[in-house]
Write a protein that binds this ligand. Structure first.
Ligand code: NAD
Length: 340
Protein backbone atom coordinates (compact mmCIF):
# COMPACT_ATOMS: atom_id res chain seq x y z
CA UNK A 1 0.00 0.00 0.00
CA UNK A 2 1.31 3.44 -0.90
CA UNK A 3 1.29 5.92 1.96
CA UNK A 4 0.51 9.59 1.40
CA UNK A 5 2.54 11.83 3.71
CA UNK A 6 3.05 15.50 4.50
CA UNK A 7 5.86 17.30 6.33
CA UNK A 8 4.96 20.33 8.44
CA UNK A 9 7.80 22.74 9.24
CA UNK A 10 10.92 22.89 7.06
CA UNK A 11 13.32 25.05 9.06
CA UNK A 12 16.55 23.41 10.17
CA UNK A 13 15.41 19.79 10.72
CA UNK A 14 12.25 19.35 8.61
CA UNK A 15 14.12 19.22 5.25
CA UNK A 16 15.85 16.02 6.47
CA UNK A 17 12.47 14.41 7.14
CA UNK A 18 11.13 15.60 3.77
CA UNK A 19 14.16 14.20 1.91
CA UNK A 20 13.97 10.82 3.63
CA UNK A 21 10.22 10.43 3.18
CA UNK A 22 10.42 11.59 -0.45
CA UNK A 23 13.12 8.98 -1.20
CA UNK A 24 11.18 6.12 0.35
CA UNK A 25 9.60 3.61 -2.04
CA UNK A 26 5.85 3.23 -1.59
CA UNK A 27 5.51 6.72 -0.18
CA UNK A 28 4.07 9.79 -1.83
CA UNK A 29 5.18 13.07 -0.26
CA UNK A 30 2.07 15.07 -1.11
CA UNK A 31 2.64 18.29 0.86
CA UNK A 32 5.33 20.28 2.56
CA UNK A 33 3.92 23.06 4.73
CA UNK A 34 5.69 25.98 6.37
CA UNK A 35 4.07 29.18 7.49
CA UNK A 36 7.15 31.02 6.19
CA UNK A 37 6.78 31.11 2.38
CA UNK A 38 10.55 31.62 1.91
CA UNK A 39 11.21 28.17 3.40
CA UNK A 40 9.04 26.59 0.69
CA UNK A 41 11.41 27.80 -2.05
CA UNK A 42 13.82 25.08 -0.91
CA UNK A 43 11.10 22.47 -1.49
CA UNK A 44 10.21 23.73 -4.97
CA UNK A 45 13.87 23.51 -5.99
CA UNK A 46 14.90 20.25 -4.34
CA UNK A 47 11.67 18.26 -4.37
CA UNK A 48 9.90 19.19 -7.61
CA UNK A 49 6.33 17.97 -7.92
CA UNK A 50 5.64 18.07 -4.19
CA UNK A 51 2.73 20.34 -3.16
CA UNK A 52 3.65 23.33 -0.99
CA UNK A 53 1.47 25.41 1.27
CA UNK A 54 1.65 27.93 4.10
CA UNK A 55 -1.41 26.45 5.80
CA UNK A 56 -1.88 23.07 7.45
CA UNK A 57 -5.57 23.09 6.42
CA UNK A 58 -4.49 21.83 2.99
CA UNK A 59 -3.07 18.74 4.69
CA UNK A 60 -5.96 18.12 7.05
CA UNK A 61 -8.47 18.27 4.17
CA UNK A 62 -6.49 16.01 1.81
CA UNK A 63 -7.95 12.48 2.08
CA UNK A 64 -4.87 11.05 0.33
CA UNK A 65 -2.63 12.08 3.26
CA UNK A 66 -2.38 9.14 5.66
CA UNK A 67 0.44 10.40 7.87
CA UNK A 68 2.27 13.59 8.80
CA UNK A 69 5.71 14.41 10.13
CA UNK A 70 5.82 17.56 12.28
CA UNK A 71 9.09 19.49 12.69
CA UNK A 72 7.92 22.87 13.96
CA UNK A 73 9.08 24.49 17.24
CA UNK A 74 8.14 22.45 20.32
CA UNK A 75 5.60 25.02 21.58
CA UNK A 76 3.48 24.42 18.44
CA UNK A 77 3.48 20.59 18.63
CA UNK A 78 0.42 20.17 20.88
CA UNK A 79 -2.04 22.00 18.62
CA UNK A 80 -0.66 20.51 15.41
CA UNK A 81 -0.60 16.92 16.74
CA UNK A 82 -4.17 17.21 17.99
CA UNK A 83 -5.41 18.66 14.68
CA UNK A 84 -3.58 15.96 12.72
CA UNK A 85 -5.04 13.14 14.83
CA UNK A 86 -8.56 14.61 14.67
CA UNK A 87 -8.16 14.75 10.87
CA UNK A 88 -7.42 11.02 10.89
CA UNK A 89 -3.67 11.24 10.21
CA UNK A 90 -0.94 9.11 11.81
CA UNK A 91 1.70 11.36 13.39
CA UNK A 92 5.49 11.41 13.66
CA UNK A 93 6.30 14.47 15.78
CA UNK A 94 9.78 15.75 16.49
CA UNK A 95 11.20 15.50 19.98
CA UNK A 96 10.17 16.57 22.54
CA UNK A 97 6.58 15.49 21.91
CA UNK A 98 5.23 18.61 23.66
CA UNK A 99 6.34 20.98 26.43
CA UNK A 100 3.86 19.68 29.01
CA UNK A 101 3.47 16.04 30.11
CA UNK A 102 -0.26 16.43 30.92
CA UNK A 103 -0.91 17.65 27.38
CA UNK A 104 1.30 14.83 26.08
CA UNK A 105 -0.73 12.21 27.92
CA UNK A 106 -3.97 13.59 26.48
CA UNK A 107 -2.50 13.26 22.97
CA UNK A 108 -1.40 9.67 23.69
CA UNK A 109 -4.95 8.88 24.83
CA UNK A 110 -6.44 10.58 21.77
CA UNK A 111 -4.24 8.59 19.38
CA UNK A 112 -5.18 5.33 21.14
CA UNK A 113 -8.89 6.21 21.02
CA UNK A 114 -8.68 6.95 17.28
CA UNK A 115 -6.48 3.92 16.53
CA UNK A 116 -3.71 6.07 15.03
CA UNK A 117 0.07 5.82 15.35
CA UNK A 118 1.70 8.56 17.42
CA UNK A 119 5.48 8.35 17.28
CA UNK A 120 8.10 10.78 18.59
CA UNK A 121 11.29 11.48 16.63
CA UNK A 122 13.76 10.28 19.27
CA UNK A 123 16.32 9.67 16.57
CA UNK A 124 18.96 8.08 18.85
CA UNK A 125 16.69 5.05 19.28
CA UNK A 126 17.48 4.39 15.61
CA UNK A 127 21.23 5.01 15.87
CA UNK A 128 23.15 1.76 15.25
CA UNK A 129 25.73 2.49 17.98
CA UNK A 130 22.98 2.94 20.56
CA UNK A 131 21.25 -0.24 19.35
CA UNK A 132 24.52 -2.20 19.74
CA UNK A 133 24.99 -0.75 23.24
CA UNK A 134 21.43 -1.73 24.13
CA UNK A 135 21.98 -5.29 22.91
CA UNK A 136 25.22 -5.61 24.90
CA UNK A 137 23.53 -4.32 28.05
CA UNK A 138 20.54 -6.65 27.62
CA UNK A 139 22.90 -9.59 27.09
CA UNK A 140 24.64 -8.76 30.38
CA UNK A 141 28.03 -8.06 28.75
CA UNK A 142 28.76 -5.30 31.27
CA UNK A 143 27.33 -7.09 34.28
CA UNK A 144 25.35 -4.93 36.67
CA UNK A 145 25.24 -1.27 35.57
CA UNK A 146 26.64 1.10 38.22
CA UNK A 147 26.64 4.52 36.61
CA UNK A 148 26.47 6.31 33.26
CA UNK A 149 28.01 9.63 32.17
CA UNK A 150 26.68 11.48 29.13
CA UNK A 151 28.29 14.58 27.67
CA UNK A 152 26.63 16.63 24.92
CA UNK A 153 28.42 19.94 24.39
CA UNK A 154 29.12 22.29 21.50
CA UNK A 155 29.39 25.98 20.67
CA UNK A 156 25.76 26.54 19.60
CA UNK A 157 23.31 26.24 18.04
CA UNK A 158 21.75 28.53 20.64
CA UNK A 159 17.97 28.45 20.94
CA UNK A 160 15.70 31.22 22.12
CA UNK A 161 12.44 29.27 22.44
CA UNK A 162 13.64 26.52 24.84
CA UNK A 163 16.52 26.11 27.31
CA UNK A 164 19.40 23.67 26.84
CA UNK A 165 17.54 21.10 28.93
CA UNK A 166 14.60 20.92 26.51
CA UNK A 167 16.87 21.14 23.49
CA UNK A 168 19.63 18.66 24.36
CA UNK A 169 18.61 16.59 27.40
CA UNK A 170 15.68 15.30 25.36
CA UNK A 171 18.27 13.24 23.45
CA UNK A 172 20.23 11.94 26.44
CA UNK A 173 17.19 11.16 28.55
CA UNK A 174 15.69 9.23 25.63
CA UNK A 175 18.94 7.25 25.29
CA UNK A 176 19.22 6.56 29.04
CA UNK A 177 15.55 5.53 29.37
CA UNK A 178 15.91 3.23 26.37
CA UNK A 179 19.21 1.66 27.45
CA UNK A 180 18.13 1.14 31.06
CA UNK A 181 14.57 0.11 30.20
CA UNK A 182 12.87 2.61 32.50
CA UNK A 183 12.73 6.26 33.47
CA UNK A 184 14.56 7.75 36.47
CA UNK A 185 12.96 7.97 39.90
CA UNK A 186 14.38 11.40 40.72
CA UNK A 187 16.65 14.11 39.37
CA UNK A 188 18.79 16.92 40.69
CA UNK A 189 20.25 19.57 38.40
CA UNK A 190 22.05 22.86 38.43
CA UNK A 191 22.59 25.17 35.49
CA UNK A 192 23.50 28.67 34.46
CA UNK A 193 22.38 31.42 32.07
CA UNK A 194 25.24 33.44 30.60
CA UNK A 195 24.01 34.39 27.11
CA UNK A 196 20.38 35.26 27.78
CA UNK A 197 19.42 35.86 31.43
CA UNK A 198 16.15 33.92 31.00
CA UNK A 199 17.50 30.84 29.23
CA UNK A 200 19.75 28.18 30.78
CA UNK A 201 22.83 27.51 28.59
CA UNK A 202 24.46 24.64 30.51
CA UNK A 203 23.04 21.95 32.77
CA UNK A 204 24.73 19.44 35.07
CA UNK A 205 22.10 16.90 36.06
CA UNK A 206 22.12 13.64 38.02
CA UNK A 207 19.33 11.14 37.43
CA UNK A 208 18.68 8.28 39.84
CA UNK A 209 17.33 5.16 38.08
CA UNK A 210 15.89 2.02 39.68
CA UNK A 211 18.61 -0.35 40.92
CA UNK A 212 20.59 2.60 42.30
CA UNK A 213 21.97 3.40 38.84
CA UNK A 214 23.21 6.98 38.60
CA UNK A 215 23.20 8.84 35.27
CA UNK A 216 25.03 12.11 34.99
CA UNK A 217 24.32 14.56 32.15
CA UNK A 218 26.50 17.46 31.07
CA UNK A 219 24.68 19.58 28.49
CA UNK A 220 25.91 22.83 27.02
CA UNK A 221 25.64 24.96 23.91
CA UNK A 222 28.35 27.23 25.36
CA UNK A 223 31.43 25.05 25.12
CA UNK A 224 34.52 25.09 22.84
CA UNK A 225 34.32 21.42 21.86
CA UNK A 226 31.66 19.32 20.20
CA UNK A 227 31.42 16.20 22.35
CA UNK A 228 28.89 13.36 22.13
CA UNK A 229 30.16 10.87 24.67
CA UNK A 230 28.57 8.16 26.77
CA UNK A 231 30.41 6.07 29.38
CA UNK A 232 28.67 3.13 31.00
CA UNK A 233 30.37 1.55 34.00
CA UNK A 234 29.32 -1.97 34.85
CA UNK A 235 30.43 -4.54 37.37
CA UNK A 236 32.12 -6.68 34.69
CA UNK A 237 33.08 -4.29 31.89
CA UNK A 238 32.77 -0.68 30.81
CA UNK A 239 31.48 0.67 27.52
CA UNK A 240 32.03 3.98 25.77
CA UNK A 241 30.09 5.46 22.85
CA UNK A 242 31.58 8.30 20.82
CA UNK A 243 28.78 9.35 18.54
CA UNK A 244 31.15 11.56 16.53
CA UNK A 245 33.26 8.58 15.44
CA UNK A 246 32.26 7.55 11.94
CA UNK A 247 34.08 4.21 12.08
CA UNK A 248 34.45 2.97 15.67
CA UNK A 249 31.77 4.54 17.87
CA UNK A 250 31.77 1.76 20.52
CA UNK A 251 34.53 0.44 22.73
CA UNK A 252 34.11 -2.30 25.31
CA UNK A 253 36.75 -1.95 28.02
CA UNK A 254 37.61 -5.08 29.97
CA UNK A 255 38.26 -2.96 33.04
CA UNK A 256 37.01 -3.16 36.55
CA UNK A 257 37.86 -3.26 40.19
CA UNK A 258 37.32 -6.17 42.54
CA UNK A 259 37.36 -5.60 46.23
CA UNK A 260 37.52 -8.14 48.99
CA UNK A 261 37.07 -7.72 52.72
CA UNK A 262 40.24 -8.60 54.63
CA UNK A 263 41.02 -9.02 58.30
CA UNK A 264 42.92 -5.99 59.60
CA UNK A 265 46.47 -6.71 60.73
CA UNK A 266 48.21 -5.30 63.82
CA UNK A 267 50.08 -2.79 61.56
CA UNK A 268 46.99 -1.63 59.75
CA UNK A 269 43.94 -1.81 61.89
CA UNK A 270 41.64 0.49 59.90
CA UNK A 271 41.90 -0.94 56.35
CA UNK A 272 39.45 -3.77 55.92
CA UNK A 273 39.25 -3.91 52.09
CA UNK A 274 41.77 -4.89 49.45
CA UNK A 275 41.03 -3.96 45.84
CA UNK A 276 42.57 -5.12 42.63
CA UNK A 277 42.27 -3.28 39.35
CA UNK A 278 41.65 -5.17 36.11
CA UNK A 279 42.97 -3.12 33.21
CA UNK A 280 42.36 -5.45 30.30
CA UNK A 281 41.86 -5.25 26.57
CA UNK A 282 39.61 -2.93 24.63
CA UNK A 283 37.28 -4.57 22.12
CA UNK A 284 35.88 -2.52 19.26
CA UNK A 285 32.75 -4.18 17.85
CA UNK A 286 31.77 -3.64 14.23
CA UNK A 287 28.92 -1.17 13.95
CA UNK A 288 27.18 -0.83 10.59
CA UNK A 289 26.53 2.87 10.71
CA UNK A 290 23.30 3.94 9.05
CA UNK A 291 21.44 7.23 8.69
CA UNK A 292 19.40 7.09 11.91
CA UNK A 293 16.72 9.41 10.54
CA UNK A 294 16.17 7.13 7.56
CA UNK A 295 15.72 4.18 9.93
CA UNK A 296 13.36 6.29 12.07
CA UNK A 297 11.21 7.22 9.04
CA UNK A 298 11.09 3.58 7.91
CA UNK A 299 10.07 2.45 11.39
CA UNK A 300 7.24 5.01 11.38
CA UNK A 301 6.02 3.88 7.94
CA UNK A 302 6.17 0.20 8.99
CA UNK A 303 4.06 0.97 12.04
CA UNK A 304 1.55 2.94 9.97
CA UNK A 305 1.25 -0.11 7.71
CA UNK A 306 1.10 -2.71 10.50
CA UNK A 307 -0.62 -0.71 13.26
CA UNK A 308 2.09 -1.87 15.69
CA UNK A 309 3.45 0.32 18.50
CA UNK A 310 6.60 2.27 17.59
CA UNK A 311 9.80 1.96 19.62
CA UNK A 312 9.51 5.66 20.51
CA UNK A 313 5.74 5.89 20.84
CA UNK A 314 3.86 8.78 22.43
CA UNK A 315 4.04 7.24 25.91
CA UNK A 316 7.85 6.95 25.63
CA UNK A 317 7.96 10.60 24.54
CA UNK A 318 5.83 11.68 27.52
CA UNK A 319 8.21 9.74 29.82
CA UNK A 320 11.07 11.87 28.49
CA UNK A 321 9.06 15.08 28.99
CA UNK A 322 8.38 14.17 32.64
CA UNK A 323 12.14 13.98 33.22
CA UNK A 324 12.72 17.34 31.49
CA UNK A 325 10.02 18.89 33.69
CA UNK A 326 11.68 17.47 36.82
CA UNK A 327 15.08 18.83 35.68
CA UNK A 328 13.49 22.28 35.25
CA UNK A 329 11.96 22.06 38.75
CA UNK A 330 15.33 21.13 40.20
CA UNK A 331 17.07 23.97 38.30
CA UNK A 332 14.54 26.39 39.82
CA UNK A 333 15.26 25.08 43.34
CA UNK A 334 19.09 25.27 43.13
CA UNK A 335 19.61 21.60 42.52
CA UNK A 336 17.41 19.95 45.13
CA UNK A 337 16.31 16.40 44.32
CA UNK A 338 12.90 16.14 42.64
CA UNK A 339 10.81 13.06 42.02
CA UNK A 340 9.98 12.42 38.37
N1 NAD B 1 15.84 14.87 16.12
C1 NAD B 1 16.79 15.79 16.06
O1 NAD B 1 17.97 15.49 16.11
C2 NAD B 1 16.38 17.24 15.93
C3 NAD B 1 17.30 18.17 15.48
C4 NAD B 1 16.88 19.49 15.38
C5 NAD B 1 15.59 19.83 15.73
N2 NAD B 1 14.73 18.88 16.17
C6 NAD B 1 13.36 19.22 16.55
O2 NAD B 1 12.66 19.63 15.38
C7 NAD B 1 11.73 20.65 15.70
C8 NAD B 1 12.03 21.86 14.81
O3 NAD B 1 13.33 22.31 15.06
P1 NAD B 1 14.12 23.20 13.98
O4 NAD B 1 15.49 23.36 14.52
O5 NAD B 1 13.94 22.66 12.61
O6 NAD B 1 13.31 24.59 14.13
P2 NAD B 1 13.28 25.80 13.10
O7 NAD B 1 12.83 26.98 13.87
O8 NAD B 1 14.58 25.88 12.34
O9 NAD B 1 12.16 25.41 12.03
C9 NAD B 1 10.80 25.35 12.35
C10 NAD B 1 9.99 25.67 11.09
O10 NAD B 1 8.61 25.49 11.41
C11 NAD B 1 7.88 26.55 10.80
N3 NAD B 1 6.63 26.71 11.54
C12 NAD B 1 6.46 27.18 12.81
N4 NAD B 1 5.18 27.09 13.20
C13 NAD B 1 4.50 26.54 12.16
C14 NAD B 1 3.13 26.19 11.95
N5 NAD B 1 2.22 26.37 12.89
N6 NAD B 1 2.80 25.65 10.76
C15 NAD B 1 3.72 25.47 9.79
N7 NAD B 1 5.03 25.79 9.93
C16 NAD B 1 5.42 26.31 11.10
C17 NAD B 1 8.80 27.75 10.88
O11 NAD B 1 8.47 28.73 9.90
C18 NAD B 1 10.17 27.12 10.62
O12 NAD B 1 10.51 27.14 9.24
C19 NAD B 1 11.88 20.93 17.20
O13 NAD B 1 10.92 20.20 17.90
C20 NAD B 1 13.27 20.40 17.51
O14 NAD B 1 13.42 19.98 18.84
C21 NAD B 1 15.09 17.59 16.25
Amino acid sequence: MSIGVAVIGVGHWGPNLARNLHNELGVELRWVVDRDPDRLDYVRQSLPGVGTSTTVDDVWSDPEVDAVAIATPTSTHGKLVEEALRSGKHVLVEKPIVDDSVLGTSLVDLAAELGLVLMVGHVFLFNEAILVAKRLLDEGELGEVFHVTMVRTNLGPIRYDVNVNWDLAAHDVSIANYLLGSGPLSVSAVGGSWINPDIVDAVFATLRYPGNILVNLHLSWLSPRKVRDITIVGSEKMLTVDDLSLTEPIRIHDKGVSAERITPTWTDNYMSFRSSVRDGAIHIPKVNLNEPLKAECRHFLENVRSGETPRSDGAFGVGVVRVLEAIDRSLESSGSEHAV
